[in-house]
Design a protein around this ligand. Sequence first.
Ligand code: FRU
Length: 497
Amino acid sequence: MKEWTRDERYRKLEDATAEELASLKETVENSRYRQKYHIQPSTGLLNDPNGLIYFNGEYHISHQWFPLGAVHGLKYWDHYKSKDLVHYRHDGVLLKPDTTYDSHGVYSGSAFEFEGALYYMYTGNHRNAEWERESTQIIAKVNDSGQVEKILPPVILQPPAGYTQHFRDPKVFMKDGKLYAIIGAQRANETGCAVLYEAARPEGPWSFKGEIQTALTDFGYMWECPDYFQLNGKDVLVFSPQGIESKGNQFQNIYQSGYIIGELDFETLEMTHGDFVELDNGFDFYAPQTLQDEAQRRVMIGWMGLPDTEYPTDAEGWAHCLTLPRTLVIEDGKLKQKPHMNLRRLRDNRETALGYANKFLKQLHPYEGEQYELVIDILDNEASAIEFHLRASKDEATVIRYESDTQLVKLERFDSGRLPTPVEGTSRQTHLDTPLRQLRVFVDTSSIEIFCNEGERVLTSRIFSKPTSNKIKVATDSGQVYLKMTKYDIEGANQDD
Ligand code: FRU
C-alpha cells in the first residue's frame, strides 16, 4: 500500500490538476466494487454523514470527504440532494477548508432551519505550528442566492475549561424555541462525554450549558458524533464512543456507535437512562446522524465503514459509502430501525418463491444477482439452525446463520471474498428478542444490510465478493424451514448516471 506523507494528505482538491483527477476517477470507475444504489465518493474517502436535513421540499445529504485518495486527509463536505431520500443527485462540494479555523479539515456537523433559512454548524479543525489540534465550531448560512457563507469568527472559539481539543461534531436542534448544540468532547482526564450549548439565534452568542450527566462517567476516551432527539415520548442520546472494550458479542468493532434511552432534564442536564446499546451488530457502521423526514419520522444514516481500518478498495483510490436510511421507532422500550419506506421505490422486477429448505443445501429459486433486496418470511420453522448463503458461488459465500434455540443471528464473512484489515474476527452475532420471523436484506455490489424482525436488529457490512458470486442458497442443520422469498432487483439510485 502507498504510504501517504503529511503533505500529500493535506493537499487541497483545488491544487490537483485536471489530468490527475481524471486519472484517479478512471481508476475508481474501473473498480469492480462500485455500489449501485448507495452514496459513495466519486474519488477518495467518504466518512461521516453530515448536514442531514429536509428543507424546502428537498433532502440534503452531505458527508466527510477527502477527494484525493483513500486516506483520512484534508476533509471537505461533499453534498447530495434528494426528493425522496433514496434517489439522489450529486451537487458537489458544500464546504471547503479555506479559512484559518478549518485549514486542516471541515469536520463533522449538522444542518438546521432557522427563520426559514438553512444553516450549518460544523467543527473547524486547525493544526498549529506544533501540529497541535485546535477545534472551533463554525456557523455557515445558505444565502438567498444559494451560496454557503461561513460566519466568522467561529461561534465557539475553544472548548470550555476542563475539556481537551477533542471537541467536535456539533448537532444542532431546536427545543422550546431555543437552539441547542450537542458536541462530542473529551474531559481533561481523557474520558469521553457530550456537552450542551445554547443560543437564541444561529450567530450566537452560544453559551455553555454544561455536560450531559449520564451514568457512563468512564466510558471510552472520546465520544464522537453525538445526536439527541425525542422519540415516542423518550429522550434518546446517540453517540460513537472510542475506547470501549469488547464484551461477549458486543463491541466487537474498533469503535462503537450506540444509544441510551431515558429522560433528559434540560435544567440540570441529568439523564436517567438504560444501558448503552449498540446500533448495529455488523462489521462496518459508525458515526450515524439523524434527521426528520417530511412526515417528521426520525431517520438515521450511518457511515458504512470504520476508522483505522484498510479496505480492499483503498488501492483503487476510493473508500466507503453511506448506509441506507433507516426509520427509528421505540417499541417495547427498545429502539428499532426499519428500512425507510421510500426504499420500496427502488424495487424492480419482483420474483417470489415459496418452498422449504432442509439440510441438503437447497436453492429455492435460481436467483442470481449482485444488487437486490431480498425479503425472507419464515412461515414455519422446525429447523435447529438455518443458513442463508448470499453472494454465493463455489468458493465464496456470505452466510447469515440463525440458531433457533438461542435466537442467535450470526453473520459470517470468512468466505465473502477480500476483507478489510486488520481482520478483527470474521463473524458478528447477536441474540434476537423474539424468534426469527423475517429478514429484509439489501445487497449492493459490495455491501449487505440485514434487518431482522422488522428492525429488531440490524447487521451492516461491506463484502468484497467476486461478480460471479451471485447465488442465493438456503440450508438447515436438521429439520425443515418453510419460507417465502421475495427478491427485487434494484436498478440504481444515482440520478446523475
Ligand atoms: C468520526 C470523525 C469525527 C470528525 C470526522 C473527521 O468519524 O472522527 O469525529 O469530525 O470524523 O473526518
